[in-house]
Design a protein around this ligand. Structure first.
Ligand code: HEC
Ligand code: HEC
Ligand code: HEC
Ligand code: HEC
Ligand code: HEC
Ligand code: HEC
Ligand code: HEC
Ligand code: HEC
Ligand code: HEC
Ligand code: HEC
Length: 331
């Protein structure tokens, strides 16, 4: 009995794999008429030909840039971008030029009115993204598939424009990165404009992508760019917090965002709530040890030591201590 089940499972598995591979061979939404039979035989853009190899072999379905330019002027904008740098062997210019992205164009040239060519803007997000992923699928883009943005049907062209970018740095559809993100993440962008968003985001020295990779993250949550946790991301810049501490404060190792809002807040040091409430979310106020000044009234706001920085007047090393008697983070 169990053998049969295994066999059935194996068959399903093989069927699934076959279905998947066929899917991979034709990932892009080209209709049967566009998919000139020769396309399968010619190298994909991912394996570009050496620079200058633009004159396509006859019968490949590719017509070459020169023919496109007889009717279209898109080269003007492309010239200023990395896509048109023939000296880069990975660029479209070094491969099939216009046709690296739009697909073989001979059929379209023979019959322009019936448009037998990829209109990238009108393709579904996953289809149009495949065009770009044929070259941009490694390094910082390796985690695109499965990322929050991919799952919610964004495409590369949601944020980038190949022909008419508003910002030539990274070819964005808006004049700068924050404006791109603000279209959908108003809350986070607004926070960076609050009173205490100390990170120089507003000044343009830091941006959303200092912490996030909009193309997804392999190892971290929330598209965070580096590390395996929020704390590791923060410590990549705030290195003084990284050292192993003799006396660690549990929430600090766990998640900096328990106390700080990385995007900004109205409290000092971007704290999520004011002191002393910040600490009192976890530490019971009435149980504070008595001191010679205040008896046990310290945390009920009757103490004259609870001014300004409040609890951290005394517990000044809340992030942990290396002092032999620093167990209360006071030194
Ligand atoms: C004989 C003139 C001619 C040539 C040569 C030509 N096209 Fe076109 N192309 C057209 C016409 C006409 C349209 C339809 C324009 C419209 O509907 O606004 C078009 C439309 C397109 C579109 C869709 C535009 C859109 O609105 O989304 C793309 C992409 C395109 N061409 C790419 C190419 C590429 C790449 C080449 C070279 C392989 C090429 N064309 C060669 C005439 C030409
Ligand atoms: C790197 C990929 C890529 C290359 C190379 C490329 N295109 Fe495009 N093309 C796109 C994308 C993506 C769009 C959708 C609009 C955008 O992102 O600007 C587009 C849109 C178009 C359009 C529609 C009108 C418009 O501007 O929106 C035409 C026409 C066109 N391309 C022609 C060309 C021609 C001609 C060439 C070669 C000179 C070329 N493309 C090279 C990706 C590319
Ligand atoms: C034939 C390969 C190829 C294709 C297809 C391709 N690109 Fe590129 N792209 C490159 C190369 C090469 C560069 C130069 C940077 C590099 O070497 O990674 C580049 C650079 C870029 C840049 C960075 C520009 C900058 O100034 O920093 C963006 C953004 C970009 N591509 C977006 C796209 C999008 C969106 C698509 C799909 C519509 C696309 N690319 C399709 C090869 C390609
Ligand atoms: C949510 C917006 C967004 C989406 C979607 C997006 N990008 Fe980007 N991309 C950016 C921003 C912002 C930058 C500049 C900051 C950075 O490098 O992370 C950038 C940088 C780039 C660069 C240049 C820097 C580098 O990492 O090489 C390339 C190439 C690129 N994107 C390609 C793509 C491709 C291909 C896709 C689709 C798979 C895509 N992008 C989807 C926002 C986006
Ligand atoms: C067109 C809308 C749109 C744009 C533009 C956009 N995002 Fe997003 N983003 C989304 C959506 C939708 C989600 C929701 C993912 C979910 O909750 O499933 C998301 C999720 C995220 C997340 C959380 C990821 C996670 O795993 O929970 C981060 C971080 C993020 N975006 C950063 C950015 C940055 C940085 C930019 C600008 C470069 C940007 N986004 C631009 C729509 C957008
Ligand atoms: C200093 C680093 C940093 C910067 C700069 C930053 N973020 Fe974040 N972001 C984070 C961290 C850390 C989280 C996860 C917070 C958490 O888990 O509570 C996050 C979470 C998010 C989320 C997911 C929210 C959710 O509830 O799931 C979005 C969306 C987001 N950020 C967008 C942005 C945008 C847009 C910008 C630029 C205006 C930006 N971030 C700048 C560190 C940063
Ligand atoms: C238990 C709450 C808490 C956690 C968790 C926490 N912090 Fe803090 N942090 C504070 C408080 C309170 C201050 C203000 C200290 C002061 O005013 O002297 C502060 C201040 C800071 C400062 C300002 C400079 C300084 O040393 O006063 C930085 C930078 C900082 N924290 C980074 C981090 C990083 C990075 C993490 C995660 C590794 C983290 N914090 C986790 C409570 C916390
Ligand atoms: C890309 C580098 C970078 C990353 C990553 C980073 N920060 Fe910062 N952070 C800075 C810079 C730069 C400043 C400004 C330092 C200054 O003004 O001296 C700063 C300042 C701060 C401050 C002090 C604000 C004040 O009032 O003085 C706090 C708190 C802080 N960061 C917390 C965090 C937390 C929490 C994270 C992780 C979510 C984080 N940072 C990630 C670069 C970074
Ligand atoms: C998210 C919960 C949380 C927050 C917020 C928090 N702590 Fe803690 N704290 C802990 C935990 C858990 C311990 C470890 C308790 C243990 O080991 O018995 C601890 C330990 C301590 C200790 C040492 C106590 C001991 O018995 O060793 C001090 C002092 C302390 N915290 C002060 C603070 C101060 C000051 C703040 C506000 C800046 C704060 N804590 C915010 C969870 C928190
Ligand atoms: C006047 C200085 C002072 C202030 C202000 C202060 N503490 Fe303390 N705290 C101490 C001292 C001293 C001890 C250690 C007592 C001992 O040696 O047992 C201590 C111990 C603690 C402990 C460990 C308690 C235990 O049972 O071991 C915690 C938790 C704590 N403080 C949290 C706080 C919080 C939260 C605040 C702000 C609401 C705060 N403290 C404000 C001086 C202070």
């Amino acid at each position: 009995m169990s053998h049969r089940l295994c066999l059935a499972a194996l068959c399903l598995f093989v069927a699934a794999i076959t279905a998947r591979t066929t899917g991979v061979i034709f990932p892009v939404g080209i209709t049967a008429t566009e998919a000139a039979p020769a396309q399968a035989a010619t190298p994909k853009p991912a394996t570009p030909q050496p620079a200058g190899a633009q004159a396509p072999p006859a019968g490949s379905g590719y017509a070459g840039n020169d023919s496109c330019l007889k009717c279209h002027d898109q080269e003007e904008t492309l010239k200023k971008t990395p896509h048109w740098q023939a000296k880069n062997p990975r660029s479209p210019m070094a491969a099939h030029g216009c046709e690296s992205c739009h697909g073989p164009g001979q059929a379209h040239i023979d019959d322009p009115d019936n448009l037998k060519i990829r209109k990238i803007k009108e393709m579904t997000p996953s289809e149009s993204t495949q065009v770009c992923l044929s070259c941009h699928n490694r390094g910082t883009h390796a985690a695109w598939e499965g990322s929050g943005h991919e799952r919610r049907n964004l495409s590369c062209t949601t944020c980038h424009s190949v022909h008419s970018p508003k910002s030539f740095e990274h070819q964005l559809v808006k004049e700068n990165e924050t404006a791109v993100c603000a279209q959908c993440h108003r809350v986070q962008v607004t926070k960076t404009e609050r009173a205490v968003a100390h990170m120089p985001v507003r000044e343009g020295k830091m941006s959303c992508s200092s912490c996030h990779n909009p193309h997804g993250s392999i190892s971290n949550v929330k598209n965070l760019k580096v590390g395996n946790s929020v704390a590791e991301l923060c410590m990549s810049c705030h290195t003084e917090m990284r050292a192993p501490m003799l006396w660690e404060h549990a929430p600090v190792k766990e998640n900096c965002a328990t106390c700080h809002d990385p995007h900004g807040s109205s409290n000092d040091r971007m704290l999520v709530v004011r002191m002393p409430m910040l600490c009192q979310r976890c530490h019971v106020a009435t149980r504070h040890p008595a001191s010679i000044y205040d008896n046990n009234a310290i945390t009920v706001n009757k103490s004259n030591r609870m001014f300004g920085r409040s609890c951290v007047n005394c517990h000044s090393n809340v992030h942990g201590s290396n002092h032999p008697s620093g167990q209360f983070y006071m030194r």
